[in-house]
Design a protein around this ligand. Structure first.
Ligand SMILES: C[S@@+](CC[C@H](N)C(=O)[O-])C[C@H]1O[C@@H](n2cnc3c(N)ncnc32)[C@H](O)[C@@H]1O
Length: 228
């Protein structure tokens, strides 16, 4: 079947209204699915070091970062996002929950030139890949941040084969949501990657231990060891 062309979205989410709407939305079931996928990855790989460095890329308001702090209380956790207004929400939430998390305002492009290279034991992202205009940047950052033994999990939407399929997913999952949310969901699906596109990039970058799998009717998950 012919693939539908990707339609890009803006990368950073830094408009005040957009940040408020995102922070107020309930993504708890998707967030929980990502945390459970991380737990499964951790249970099938060797134990993490006693004080692992964990990096959440494109952390937004900290949905996953805060949960990671609960899951791995001994870890040093860093959330990174290019949008300062998202990080302001994340910092406030961490403070309210008395969690020690560092939040860095950096784009993925900047992370590639920063001080964390070769340091991370676990690298995750949730709902980031579909924003990236140059998606292989996520795999380059993952590769370059990884310490030996590092593992990684990235979960996001995957692109349907057609606009008709996007409409079917909308009807199935958001039949009575406000129009703005339906519009955002459709735009994100159209901006997402297909598993075979991700697979080709991982292969090109020699990240052969990361696997790509399709999850239910709209997600893809990339997970595994980054570096032995
Ligand atoms: C849909 S939100 C996901 C937020 C969070 N990970 C979650 O699960 O709720 C995507 C986030 O990625 C950030 N982002 C997009 N492109 C980026 C880039 N090139 N560098 C850093 N952050 C980026 C956006 O600013 C936004 O906060």
């Amino acid at each position: 079947m012919r693939m539908m062309q990707r339609r890009l979205e803006p990368e950073l989410m830094n408009g005040d209204k957009q940040v408020q709407a995102y922070a107020a939305a309930d993504f708890s079931s998707g967030d929980q699915a990502t945390i459970e996928a991380i737990q499964r990855l951790l249970s099938r790989t060797s134990p993490l070091p006693p004080d692992p460095l964990v990096v959440d890329l494109g952390c937004g308001p900290g949905n996953i970062t805060l949960r990671l702090a609960g899951l791995l209380p001994k870890a040093r956790i860093i959330g990174i996002d290019g949008a300062e207004s998202m990080l302001a929400v994340a910092r406030e939430r961490a403070q309210q929950q008395q969690l020690e998390i560092s939040f860095l305002c950096q784009t993925l492009q900047e992370v590639l030139e920063g001080p964390l290279l070769g340091q991370a034991d676990l690298i995750v992202s949730n709902s980031l890949l579909h924003h990236l205009h140059q998606p292989d940047l996520l795999w380059m950052v993952t590769r370059d941040l990884a310490a030996p033994g590092c593992r990684s999990l990235h979960r996001d939407l995957r692109r349907p084969a057609s606009d008709a399929e996007i409409q079917q997913l909308l009807l199935k999952h958001l039949p009575s949501a406000p129009e703005v949310l339906q519009h955002d969901f459709a735009a994100s699906l159209a901006a997402a990657l297909e598993p075979q596109e991700v697979f080709a990039e991982l292969h090109r970058l020699d990240l052969h231990q990361l696997t790509v799998s399709a999850e239910d009717d709209r997600y893809l998950v990339v997970s595994g060891l980054v570096k032995s």
